[in-house]
Design a protein around this ligand. Structure first.
Ligand code: HEM
Length: 498
């Protein structure tokens, strides 16, 4: 074939490709739904904007410009409002969560037996912060929150701290490896049909999310093997440490379950009893999802609480007054229990508001419309359409949240019931519907116990607040998790700042 013919064939193929996209757009029953121009033809627009790392803000702006349903890519629509919430996350109810075998492990009652693990991590974290207050050094509080969250999740999953709180070191590069997963997953998820190819390519690149995932899997495998060996050894020696951290046998129940046993012990026992139901794959999945989904989200949320408190000193004063009053009334111990934290309404509102202002996930929670399609705002979305709501869009909806950019815990208290119900309907930091966050109680436990201790003992100051304007904002980056990138602070013992 001559060079001219090849060129001709390529041009014809390109023209046919363009015509196909134009035809598909003109013929689409959803062509009237607004959105940026290029989103009519390609997912590349979304890919590019997402790669900029601030899609949560862009998503809010898009809804302000185009209304409650916005086209993000051909067949992908970002939605907002209570009707959308009910329809989209109600849709998932057709697909129950029964595939998640061990949901019971994450129940609040089961998790409350892990308070001693959390106490131990809090003690260590307080030690580190006290040291920093002595040396007056600047620290990345976002990183230290990761260390705390990782050590807690390590205790709950394996019964052992992984050791991050000892020196803040990223042991075996785990944090970095886990950090890299969401970026790869969200960018490659846009072109899911190429995912396996991209995954293979990226597995060879050491900094990619795919290699992070492999690393995490082998890390989990190693921990599971150690755990199995330890458990066999314990059984052989029949050791019973009644109160030590890391002890596995405490309060034996009639059904064979015991409290303060880490997840892995319970899972390995389940495997011994039911080997055909519980495989090694299940053990690895549990470990991986706890570490992958459970530590960054919690660290971000903890950081958000402290960041907003730093920015709003009047809230700190009110919070401390609530803690003082509760302590005087004998309702608050030094090591705040989860139970006690539930009886602190202002504190509860502070946590809720911080997660409204800064939700850990910052992309729409996409769902595929099932068979039969769905009616939304008078529009029929056929089966296979992709719809999603970004919690940031929901939480910054001006019609529901007055002055949404203002950190105002009082909005959750001083509100009439009807308004409060709408706000709660729109509140979705942990997602909604059948795929809602399974681990939220773990995070709530971690936050409820740590924050009162930090607020009671320390003052935090943004490191750059020494600047003349006194104004400083953190930088964030969104590749699914909206992570603080420069949450540098100085720590002072409470009341001892010059
Ligand atoms: C403040 C902390 C947390 C936040 C903000 C958070 C947020 C979320 C969100 C928004 C989803 C829904 C994703 C979707 O709909 O596509 C989710 C799902 C999930 N989360 Fe969390 N999460 C947190 C903590 C945790 C922890 C501590 C764990 C485990 C130890 C965990 C495990 C999971 C799992 C396994 C799912 C998937 C559930 C499913 O698809 O059935 N999360 N989380």
């Amino acid at each position: 074939m001559s060079g001219g013919l090849v060129l001709y064939a390529l041009s014809a193929a390109f023209a046919a490709w363009i015509l196909f996209f134009v035809y598909r757009q003109l013929a689409s029953p959803l062509r009237h739904i607004p959105g940026p121009f290029w989103t009519r033809f390609t997912r590349a627009w979304y890919l590019y904007r997402l790669s900029q790392g601030h899609f949560e803000k862009e998503n809010i702006d898009l809804h302000n410009e185009f209304g409650s349903i916005v086209r993000i890519a051909p067949g992908w629509y970002s939605c907002s409002g209570t009707e959308a919430i009910k329809k989209i996350y109600g849709l998932g109810s057709k697909f129950t969560k029964s595939d998640w075998l061990f949901a019971g492990l994450y129940s609040l009652t089961s998790l409350m037996s892990y308070e001693p693990f959390v106490n131990r991590c809090i003690d260590l974290f307080v030690d580190r912060l006290s040291e920093f207050s002595q040396t007056n050094e600047e620290i990345d509080l976002g990183h230290w929150m990761q260390c705390y969250a990782f050590d807690v999740i390590g205790c709950i999953t394996f019964g052992e701290r992984l050791g991050f709180l000892d020196s803040g070191e990223d042991i075996e590069g785990v944090i970095r490896a886990v950090d890299s997963i969401p970026g790869f997953a969200s960018l490659s998820g846009i072109y899911s049909e190429w995912h396996s190819l991209l995954y293979k390519i990226n597995s060879y690149l050491t900094t990619s999310g795919a290699s992070g995932r492999n690393f995490l899997a082998s890390f989990a495998r190693e921990k599971i093997t150690n755990h199995k060996q330890q458990q066999q050894k314990d059984l052989a020696e029949k050791t019973q440490e009644p109160d030590g951290i890391g002890s596995t046998i405490v309060n034996q129940g009639e059904d064979g379950t015991t409290s303060r046993e880490p997840f892995m012990t319970k899972m390995i026992r389940a495997q011994l009893q039911n080997p055909e139901k519980v495989s090694d794959y299940h053990l690895i999945m549990l470990a991986r999802s706890n570490m992958g989904a459970g530590f960054d989200t919690t660290a971000i949320s903890l950081s958000s609480i402290i960041y907003h408190l730093i920015k709003t000193p009047r809230v700190v004063q009110k919070l401390r007054a609530e803690f003082d009053a509760a302590r005087k009334a004998g309702r608050l111990s030094d090591r705040v229990t989860f139970h006690e934290s539930q009886d602190l309404p202002y504190f509860q509102a502070v946590m809720k508001e911080a997660l409204r202002m800064h939700s850990a996930t910052g992309l729409p929670l996409w769902r595929v419309v099932p068979e039969g399609g769905v009616e939304l705002n008078g529009v029929h979305f056929p089966e296979g359409t992709i719809l999603g709501i970004n919690s940031w869009v929901s939480h910054y909806n001006k019609d529901v949240f007055t002055n949404p950019t203002e950190f105002c815990p009082e909005r959750w208290i001083e509100q009439d019931e009807a308004k409060l119900k709408t706000m709660n309907d729109m509140y979705m930091p942990f997602g909604l519907g059948s795929r809602t966050c399974i681990g939220r109680h773990i995070s709530i436990l971690e936050m409820s116990k740590l924050i009162p201790v930090l607020v009671d003992r320390f003052d935090f100051v943004m490191a750059s607040s020494a600047s003349p304007s006194g104004e400083s904002k953190w930088e964030t980056e969104n590749f699914w998790f909206v992570k603080p990138r420069n949450f540098r602070v100085r720590v002072y013992q409470k009341g001892l700042r010059d």
